[in-house]
Ligand binder design. Structure first.
Ligand SMILES: Nc1ncnc2c1ncn2[C@@H]1O[C@H](COP(=O)(O)OP(=O)(O)OP(=O)(O)O)[C@@H](O)[C@H]1O
Ligand SMILES: [Mg+2]
Length: 166
């Protein structure tokens, strides 16, 4: 029945195109608790493994792992609670990081390499070099940060997956 076959083929093409143009191929939410040093790095570790499983290049997986680790640590170190929302799309990875916490009064200062308000206890654990935000920026293809004092902080991290990182 050639007619039925061509109708089915037509439907398959429409379905496939719709699936391909749909923005997000994969989405996942990862909550992070403030002060939870026992689970430091767990979320970024999970993200790293997932991106590897999805078959993304080692270079982009490493950039995403470094940036999400620093973002995760900043929630643990400074915020009450937060989350990382990962979306993998054709050509890019998007990670939205949001927290409830004190927020950042002077974003430019916070972005300065070496600036840190980490406590002596955190420094003893090896944190507080003041490099996290700068490292996040370096490892992303687009980086947005907004913050409201007394409410929280939001980061938007974009990684291009086609190997075009500067
Ligand atoms: N989510 C956040 N909420 C509140 N303050 C933050 C947050 N993230 C960063 N900050 C502030 O910005 C400063 C700089 O952050 P950054 O991540 O660059 O360095 P750090 O966390 O102090 O040290 P490192 O990341 O090298 O261990 C922090 O010390 C803190 O004062
Ligand atoms: Mg940090």
């Amino acid at each position: 029945m050639p007619h039925v076959r061509s109708v089915l083929e037509g439907l398959w093409i429409v379905f496939r195109e719709k699936a391909m143009t749909q923005d997000s191929v994969f989405r996942q939410n990862y909550p992070v608790k403030g002060g939870d040093f026992a689970r430091a790095g767990n979320v970024s570790w999970e993200i790293k493994n997932l991106l590897k499983e999805l078959g993304l290049s080692t270079a982009v997986v490493l950039r995403a792992a470094i940036a999400t680790y620093e973002a995760e640590m900043n929630i643990i170190m400074y915020a009450l609670e937060g989350r990382l929302a990962l979306s993998v799309m054709p050509g890019k990875i998007l990670v939205i990081v949001e927290d409830s916490g004190p927020g950042i009064e002077d974003i430019e200062l916070a972005m300065t390499e070496g600036y840190s308000t980490a406590t002596p206890e955190m420094r003893e654990l090896g944190f507080g070099a003041g490099m996290g935000l700068a490292n996040i920026k370096k490892n992303t293809d687009a980086f947005l940060i907004t913050s409201e004092v007394g409410r929280g902080t939001r980061l938007e991290l974009t990684f291009l997956t086609n190997g075009q990182h500067r």
